[in-house]
Design a protein. Structure first.
Length: 229
C-alpha cells in the first residue's frame, strides 16, 4: 500500500519500527531518525527526546511551522513528501536516499546538477518560500540519479502579504541568501562554473548579515545551556 494512502493519523509511536538515527540535533535542532511503516522507509523529525523546556518553548512550534512549509511546497520535484504530524513533537516525511553535499569536493558536481539545483530553488521561491540555510551543505541531498533535494526547512521563511513591507524586506534578504548559497557551493565543488556576477556576490554582505549571525549564535549558546538544565 502506498504510504500516502495510509491512515497516517492513526499511526502511533509504538507502530514505528526505528531502524537507525540519521541526525542527533543540538540546541533547538530536532533529532531525525529512520523508521519503517508497513515495509516502507520514512524519516521522522522529532523533539520527543529533548529537554522539557526546549521541547515546550521551541520544539512544538518549530515542528508545526516546518510541517506547514513542507505542505506548501508539496509537488515540487526535489522536495520530500511530508505525510503527517506524528504528534505534537514530530512529523513524518519521505526518506530520501543519497548523500548530502558536504561529501562532495572540487570536480565532483556537474553543470547539469547546478542547473537542476537552480531550477529547484527557483521553484520554491515561486511558491513564496525561502530556505534560509542552504549554505549548510548538509541541507542539500543528492540522490544516486543526481537529483538534488532540499531538506530542513526549520529556518524557512514564507513571503508575507502584499503590503507587509517589513516582512517582505526580510524575505528578499533571505531570497538573495539562497542564491548566494548556490554560488558558494559552486566555488567549493566546481569553481570553473562560477560566473563573474556570482563571484562578485560572494564578496557582498547582505544588510544586517553579520548582526543576524551574531544574534543567532548567541541564541544557540543560550538554548544549549537551557537544554542542559
Amino acid at each position: 500500500m502506498d504510504l500516502e494512502q495510509m491512515h497516517l493519523k492513526s499511526v502511533k509511536r509504538e507502530n514505528l519500527h526505528s531502524i537507525s538515527n540519521i541526525y542527533s540535533g543540538k540546541g533547538t535542532q530536532a533529532d531525525i531518525w529512520l523508521a519503517r511503516i508497513d515495509n516502507q522507509l520514512v524519516a521522522v523529525k522529532d523533539y520527543h527526546q529533548k529537554g522539557f523546556l526546549v521541547k515546550l518553548l521551541f520544539g512544538r512550534w518549530l515542528i508545526n511551522r516546518e510541517f506547514k512549509i513542507y505542505k506548501k511546497l508539496q509537488g515540487i520535484k526535489g522536495i520530500p513528501n511530508v505525510y503527517n504530524l506524528l504528534d505534537k513533537d514530530a512529523f513524518i516525511l519521505e526518506y530520501i536516499e543519497g548523500k548530502d553535499c558536504s561529501h562532495f569536493n572540487q570536480g565532483s558536481l556537474s553543470e547539469e546538477f547546478f542547473i537542476k539545483l537552480k531550477a529547484l530553488i527557483d521553484a520554491i521561491h515561486s511558491r513564496g518560500v525561502v530556505h534560509c540555510d542552504l549554505k549548510k551543505r548538509m541541507n542539500i541531498i543528492i540522490t544516486p540519479s543526481g537529483q538534488p533535494f532540499l531538506v530542513d526547512f526549520a529556518t524557512g521563511f514564507a513571503k508575507g502579504k502584499r503590503f507587509n513591507f517589513i516582512w517582505n524586506w526580510f524575505y528578499k534578504q533571505f531570497y538573495e541568501d539562497d542564491l548566494k548559497a548556490i554560488a558558494k557551493l559552486k566555488k567549493k565543488t566546481a569553481p570553473e562554473l562560477l560566473s563573474k556576477e556570482e563571484e562578485d556576490n560572494l564578496h557582498k554582505r547582505l544588510f544586517l548579515e553579520n548582526q543576524v549571525r551574531s544574534i543567532r549564535n548567541q541564541a544557540r549558546r543560550w538554548i544549549k545551556r537551557l537544554g542542559k538544565k
